[in-house]
Design a protein around this ligand. Structure first.
Ligand SMILES: Cc1cc2nc3c(=O)[nH]c(=O)nc-3n(C[C@H](O)[C@H](O)[C@H](O)COP(=O)(O)O)c2cc1C
Length: 150
C-alpha cells in the first residue's frame, strides 16, 4: 500500500471532482490517499507520503488555476528529491486553442525542474470530467497503481 498525496486547485469544481474520483479509485485498490486543496497546503506537505500528484486546470490563456497560480511561489525552492510524481490537467479547447491544456505543460515542467520523478504520463481531461470516469480515468488509476506495486 502506498500513501498518495493529491494537491489540487479548482475554481469551478471539475478538478475537485476529478481528484475525488481518482482518490476513491486508488483507495478501492488498497492505497491511502490524502486529498488537499493547494490553498490549505504547506510546502513541506509535498515531500510527505510516497507519491505526489499535482492537479490544476488551465485558466486565462495558459495560466494555472488562480489558487494554484498563487500557490506556486511557495513551492519554488523545493527539492522533490526524486519523489514519484504525476500530473492531472484539465482544460477546454473552446477557451483558447493555443493554450489548450497548458496546465499539463506547466505542472510537468515544475516537476522536472524540481527533481520530481514523473512515473506516468499525465491524466488529461478535456471539457467535462464525467465521461472519463469509467474509462480513461479508471485506466490511468490502474496503470498508476500497477507502477506502485511492481
Ligand atoms: C475564464 C476561463 C479561462 C479558461 N482558459 C482556458 C485555457 O486557456 N485553456 C484551456 O485548456 N482551458 C481553459 N479553460 C477551461 C478550464 O480549464 C476548464 O473549464 C476546467 O475544467 C475548469 O476546472 P475547474 O472547474 O476545476 O476550475 C478556461 C475556463 C475559464 C472559465
Amino acid at each position: 500500500m502506498a500513501h498518495i498525496r493529491i494537491i489540487y486547485g479548482t475554481t469551478g469544481g471539475n478538478t475537485q471532482l476529478t481528484c475525488q474520483k481518482v482518490s476513491s479509485d486508488l483507495e478501492e485498490l488498497g492505497h491511502k490517499v490524502t486529498l488537499q486543496r493547494c490553498e490549505k497546503t504547506n510546502p513541506a506537505d509535498l515531500l510527505e507520503g510516497d507519491v505526489l500528484i499535482l492537479a490544476s486546470p488551465t485558466y486565462g490563456h495558459g495560466f494555472l488555476e488562480p489558487h494554484f497560480q498563487l500557490f506556486m511561489p511557495s513551492i519554488e525552492n523545493l527539492d522533490l528529491q526524486q519523489k514519484p510524481c504525476a500530473v492531472i490537467a484539465l482544460g477546454d479547447p473552446k477557451y483558447d486553442l493555443d493554450y489548450f491544456l497548458e496546465s499539463e505543460k506547466k505542472l510537468t515542467a515544475y516537476l522536472q525542474s524540481h527533481n520530481g520523478n514523473n512515473i506516468i504520463e499525465p491524466l488529461k481531461i478535456a471539457k467535462s470530467p464525467l465521461p472519463y470516469f469509467d474509462k480513461a480515468l479508471k485506466k490511468w488509476v490502474e496503470k498508476l497503481a500497477d507502477k506502485l506495486t511492481n
